[in-house]
Design a protein around this ligand. Sequence first.
Ligand code: FAD
Length: 420
Amino acid sequence: METREKIVIIGGGFAGLQLAKTLNNKNKKVIIIDKVNHHMFQPLFYQVACGRIEPSNISFPFRKIFQRSRNIQYRMTEVQKILPEQNKIITEDAEFTYDKLVIATGCKTNFFGNKKMEHLAFGMKNTQEAIAIRNHVLLTFEKLIIERKRSDDGNWNIVIVGSGPTGVELAGAFSEMKKDILPRDYPHMNFENLNIILVSSTTTPLSMMSEESQKMSEQYLKELGVNFMSGEMVVDYDGDKVYLKSGKEIPANNVIWAAGVTGNVIQGLKEDQVVRNRYVVDRFNKVMGTENIFAIGDVAYMETPKYPQGHPQVANVAINQGKNTADNFLKKSEKEWTEYEYIDQGSMATIGKHRAVVDLPKLKFQGLLAWYFWMFLHLMLILSVRNKLAIFFNWMWSYLNKDSSLRLIILPNKTNNTEQ
Ligand SMILES: Cc1cc2nc3c(=O)[nH]c(=O)nc-3n(C[C@H](O)[C@H](O)[C@H](O)COP(=O)(O)OP(=O)(O)OC[C@H]3O[C@@H](n4cnc5c(N)ncnc54)[C@H](O)[C@@H]3O)c2cc1C
């Protein structure tokens, strides 16, 4: 007869993984459920999309992470419904009961209800999507060299929508690819015609960062030859052209959508327990109106005096909410629980080699030093020594050779031929 408390965690992202790791080998039975079999380090997806690092370098199989755990089990399945009255969840394959449930399902790309855009543009919220971008962009150049069809202008524009860290990092990486790699891979083609276009509704890139960082990032984008279209709203995309509110049109076959995210809310809780697609939680991350359901990370909405509109959806908040919630679960009684308080440790972004911007609470800096700082911090955050070394090696190789050798196009078989 099981006497340990049973905690079910939905999602093994930054929040869910931190929670599980803190509960590892403690007197709790923990089941972590995720629809994919690995934890993903999302801040480096853009490097997978540009063929700089291998997906395996930033993907960590859950079974490997908890290989030696005595109390944590992993199940790969998608949770479809929560039945709070029965302390049960329904997944695509099975049902699980719980004493405590923690929802850590993060976000998905927000296409603001535009189904065409969702179907035709690329999001970058999981490993498969990052690989899909890499395949599609590389295939464009393969098609170009065979067809030599200058008439299809769409092939010559890579459009990135949204100028947050993901958008500017992608734009910087693609322009370096244009300058250093493509002319070597395709010596008979003239890549001067290739345009990297960053469309933004704001007037400067990285609008959530300091003024210095916004200014510098704009300058960096300019130096790298990125066409930064500010104050422009994308209203539609039909696979051939991107349509802007101002009436302008951009022919484009490669469109990457980095303009927003929305929470992965699961069916089953009441409408008033969800605000803007995030679960409303108290300062202990307990979902309002429940006794044993918690939400942490991007999908949690917690109002505090410092953050009356909820916390930013960043890795740091997710990790710390996971840690705080686990620490609370390990205390003897709820009276001893600690409220969550976010300590902002700053933000940063890199825009190509030797160019980055860093905003720390008491210090802001840009340029080469910021770039080294960005690399060091990301290396430290990567799980496992093996992956740290692999990424470090890839980065050094690209740094010294201005190249990487990871531009593989991996597609499923075209036919379903069963003949041997
Ligand atoms: C491209 C990109 C770059 C980013 N760069 C930065 C950065 O530089 N710095 C920063 O601080 N933040 C960055 N972020 C944001 C950061 O990654 C998120 O804030 C963080 O991942 C949130 O953690 P989480 O655990 O809440 O959700 P996630 O890490 O998104 O994890 C959610 C998990 O839940 C699983 N899941 C979802 N629904 C279900 C379901 N129904 N059933 C089972 N499993 C489910 C998913 O498979 C996933 O594993 C970036 C995000 C992206 C997409």
